[in-house]
Write a protein that binds this ligand. Sequence first.
Ligand SMILES: [Zn+2]
Length: 344
Amino acid sequence: MHASGMKRRPRPSGTPWDGAPDSDLTPAQIIVRDCHRDIYGYRHAGASAAGEADFFNGYERENCPRCGSGAVVRDGFDSNGVRRWRCRSCGRGFGPATGTIFEGRRLPVADWTEFLLEAMSFDGMAGIARSDRRSETTPPYWLAKLFLVLEGVQDGTVLSGRVQIDEMLYPLALADQPRMPDGSRMPGGYSRSNLCIGIGCDALGLSVFRAEGAGKTSGARTMAAFGGCIERGSTPVHDKENGHNRLVRELGLADERYDSREIKRLPDRENPLRDVNRLCFLLRLFLDSHNGFDRSRIGGYLDLFSVMMNPPRERMEKAAMVLDRAMSSPKTLRYREFYSKNPS
Ligand SMILES: [Zn+2]
């Protein structure tokens, strides 16, 4: 196996796990690898269906998804070769996908995997629907499932050392921007017409993305965004935004502050906020690619973007990580349920 940190141009059919025996890989890594090879011309009849059973059978069930009891036993296989389980407490049967986002699925996991690889790019949902000739209504449903799986994915991230923090403003949907009765912009309404997104990053390459609501940040909002994810003893590197004062005071942090007008004139490599600026630039590009997205779901978009920006480094490794998370998250979202709440 090669070091994943090495700079090299990968073959288009290459994956992070080439040369590794299947026995060294997780079920999620195997299906992502096979799905990727499929896309590059290794498709052969029935392969994805067989791969799907192997994927599901790689996950043992320790508890009953219906009653929570730990008294579960293996109970043969279904007609697709996927293992069945039975609960000795409540007597009900279930499969590896029961109680996960894959329960009641109509499409193979390999398709969801392909979607996942595409979602972690700057192409946006319209591009995904076009490139796969899928129905325009499917990607929003898959995206909603993905957001469910990603809920809480940023919770464990703790930034340390020199931590750059900044806010980015992103426009609300036109209909939600405060306007005068004649439709013109309200005086001083600029900040209230925008969502505030707090971004923080450290020298280890970890980053967090927090929705702070409409309008500029405040002491309480900066605390809510960053209070739980910056290690004590760190040094925030930031501009002179007054909203940051409380964070610095309450966490007892020593900080470095810069005048944003002055550092704007510096060449990029000398700018002390260059890493957070770069994340800001990329996040705007990513959100713009989801043209007209529902702003009430900004948290999901930020979770997805955080997966794109944080380790593991390779997109396929990220996809395997998300699949593992999906199989261990007791969350379901039925198609009918989704479209009754989202009639558009
Ligand atoms: Zn049970």
